[in-house]
Each structure stands twice: as structure tokens, then as C-alpha cells.
Design a protein around this ligand. Sequence first.
Ligand code: NAD
Length: 524
Amino acid sequence: MLSVLAVETRRFASLNPATGEVLREFDCASAEEVQSAVARARAAQLAWWKLGVQRRIRILRQFQSLLHERKSEVARLVTEEAGKPYAESLVAELMVVLDAARFCCETAYAFLRPEPIPHGNLIMKAKSGILLREPYGVIGIISPWNYPFSTPASETLAALVTGNAVILKPSELTPLVALKLEELLHSAGVPRDIFQVVIGDGATGSALVDSAVDKIVFTGSVNTGRRIAQAAAPRFLPLVLELGGKDPTIILEDADLDTASSGVVWGAFMNAGQTCLSIERCYVHRSVHDRFVNACVAKTRRLRVGNGSNLETEIGPMIHERQLQIVERHVADAVARGAKVLCGGTRLPELGPNFYAPTVLTNVTHAMRIMTEETFGPVLPIMPFATENEAIRMANDSVYGLAASVWTSNRARGAAVARRLRAGTVMVNDSISAFAISEAPHGGPMDSGIGRTHGRLGMEEMVRVKYVDSDRLPTVKRLWWYGYGAGFSTAMEGFLDFLFARSLVTRLRGGLRSLGAVKRKSQV
Ligand code: NAD
């Protein structure tokens, strides 16, 4: 008898956040579909690895040139589905991926070459060691909507060039951008089973974590990251977790206020404040506070908010009603506790469904959610400080540690403050832009996650290291093998003196003692 299973299909639509227009509807991939994608990837991965790094680099170069040719088409799609201004799609999405491809192509060959591991301990000198870097196998990438192209693509390129297969589960809010990445990679020559996109919601992501993947690289919220870590724990599934941030910026009294205010306004509002590295808290030296605040307010008022596809637009819509509500709750909480709204603080319904005016707040304190929880919206709360120590203490007063920035005309002072800030990245006289430096590692401690993406450290996350040790004297029995007894102990004591004693005389005596004992030692 046939049994019929009632399968509930979850459907969702990708929307243009500026207009609310439905771009396309999708069914979520089921757990079975995810598992079969992983099985196909696993079957294909060995051949991809055996193809060799130089052939894989050639395919990545082809991807880079295809992407370059089609940059405007891809940037328009990112703007349409994620809402960000077209200029930001070019700079923070296309440029980042084109350069990540350049970085992978330039570095992967040397990175994957066996690395000699010289031994310092004399007793081990007869051995030669090498470190091999081998692909994990199948890497699951789960990504958010705020950088729908650059986040998954830069991780994917590092995974592919090192010989892995990739299953990408993009955000349910931006699936079309992920499908464009798939189309470009396949056109460049990446085999279909080596890069696959599974479309769906959190349950589809959860199915990927529960599947037979060898590692998960997750970018998203702290809550989801925690759920993934719990699901991964029983089988020690390796993870990279790129989570949230509440990035502070410090304006020292010697900063160039015109430059710093322009940089901070951009760092707080680009991508409508929906960047993991957005400036979410600003601390300004008391002596320049009013001048700095006035400059920020004047510059914020001049920003052009609108549909990102209009080339004059500087701030697009937020992604979704849910995200607007978080911003509204944080601003209302701040105002109820005494914060002052100097500009913005409201929705802009006349522009479309998800627009929020860029907002500057003062009179804020760390008792307010706006200074402690991730807001992820276009809000810049500014607070004065009296001393450098106080600024650093307030900046470090957070459960997050993704990034931070400091503004000063004294580079040495900037570097000294940077060393005292608890963050994965600190930028002196800029913010956010380190994400676009392909060589720079991205990621931070505490609730901001585990591990790194980008740069050499990001590539290290895509490989298992294997240490291979080979003895150059295959017919000689090792001193430390069986045959323990007084002779062994005397030899070892002598050796330890020879290797580690501070006095030269003791070392020489130890050496002679151990040589004598070695001769007498009988071995099994
Ligand atoms: P989210 O955690 O809601 O979703 C991220 C992804 O996880 C989506 O693809 C989602 O479908 C999937 N998902 C949801 N539940 C899941 C589950 N139980 N198992 C597996 N996958 C699941 O985050 P979001 O709202 O898409 O993104 C915004 C967050 O991402 C912010 O907190 C932001 O700071 C963070 N972020 C961090 C970085 C970084 O590099 N550190 C970069 C960008 C965004």
C-alpha cells in the first residue's frame, strides 16, 4: 500500500523594498532537497579538488571578468532587491567581489603549497615536517540580506579556490541576487554540483546545518548564530559565525571635525545603517561636542533619501517592516529616557513602504537600548566624553566586538587608542571600509562571533590542516622508544641539560653524559 505524505510547501516572495513590488515568488527547499544537494556536492567535490589550484584559479579569473562585464546588471539587481543606492551596490558589493576574486587568484597557489615546518628541538632534527592544507569537502554558507552579493560571494570564492564544494542558503529576502551569483559562477566554468543555491527560510537554513556538510560559514544575527552553534555542537560541526555589532566611534579633540563628521555620517547611514560595521554609537570629546554635532546634523539634513535606483539617492529604504519597527522601538525608548532628536526620528511614508529618515540623537546614555542593542538602522546617537580613558571605557562597554573607529589628526595616538579597543577591526580616520580590503580579516570576538572571513585568515577557515612528519633516518631506532631504565633516564637528563641548561659547562657535560648513556642503552 502506498502511503501519501502531506508535504507542506512554504512559499515566500522576494520584494523590492523601495516599492513593495513582488519581484518573484519561491518555494522553500525542503530538508530532502537540501540533503540531496549536499550529496551531489559531495560526489563532485573530489574531482574539483583534483583539478588543481591553477585550473580553479583560471575559472575564478573567468568569473571575475564575466562579473566585470556585467557589473551594471548585477548592481541594478542588488539595488532592486536590497534597496541600497546604486553607488553602494557598485562600491560595497561589486568592487568587493571583484577584488576578492583578485585576492583568491593571487594568493591561493602559494597558500595551498605544502608549508615546511622547521624543527627547533635538536632531538627532532632528523625529521622533516610539512603542513598540508586540504579542503573540508562541502561547505554550507548561510547569508543575510544586507550584503546579499559581497558576503556570500567572497566566502564562496575562498571556499571554491581551496577545493571545496559550496551550498549557499541566501536570505529569504534576497534570493534573486544569490541566483545571479550562481548563474555567473556556472557560466565561468564552476561545475553545477560544486556550487548550488538552496532557496528558503530559516527552516531551510536549519536543514543545511543538520545535513552532511563539513562546515558552516554563517553570517547573520546573534540569535540565529546561537541556534546554529547549539545544533552543530553534538557532532562538533566546525563553524564560522559572523554575527552582529554595535560599533563605537571616538572623536578625539584633535580630529579634523569637517572630515570626521562627514565620515561618521557616512559610517552611520550608508546602506540605511544596515551594515554589521555601521557606526551605532558615537563618543565625542566634550570640547568639540557642539561643533561636531552641528556639523553632523547639517550634513544629515542634506542627505537625499529615495529609491536606490535613482542615481542621486544617498539613502535607500530599509529592507523590511520588521527592521523599521526595531528602529522605532529603540528611538522611542531613547526619547522616553530623555534623548533629544535633532533631526529625523520618523518614517517617510510618502517615499514608499520602508523609508526612515536619517536620525541624529543627543542626550543619550548607556541605560538606553539605542546605546547597547544592535539597532541596524539609520540612527546616529552622540554622547560626550571628558577623557580618552572614559571614551575607551564606554566604547568597550558592549557585548559586541565587531569593529570600532577613532578619529584624530595624530596617527600615533590613533594607533595607541586602537590597541586598547576591544574589537576585531579598528579603523583610524575611517569606518566600514576595511570590509572592502580583501587582505584584511573580518570578524570579531564575544557576541560578534567566532572565526574570520576575508584575507588569509578567511582562507584558513576553508581548509583542514594536516601535519605530515617524515623521519630522515629510517633504519635508526629512536632514543625515546622502549628500553626504559636507568640508561634511558640518564640519557634524557643529559639531553635536557644539553638542550636547556643556562650554563655552557652544564650543557656540554649533559651532552657527554647522554652520549655515553645512549651507547649503553639497549633497545627493544
Ligand atoms: P538572520 O539571523 O535573521 O538570518 C541570517 C540567515 O540565517 C538567513 O539566511 C536566514 O534565513 C537564516 N536562518 C534563520 N534561522 C535559521 C536557523 N535556525 N538555522 C539556520 N539558518 C537560519 O539575520 P539577518 O536579519 O538576515 O541579518 C542581519 C544580521 O546579520 C545583523 O545582526 C547583522 O549584524 C548581521 N550581519 C553580520 C555580519 C558580519 O560579518 N559579522 C555581516 C552582515 C550582517
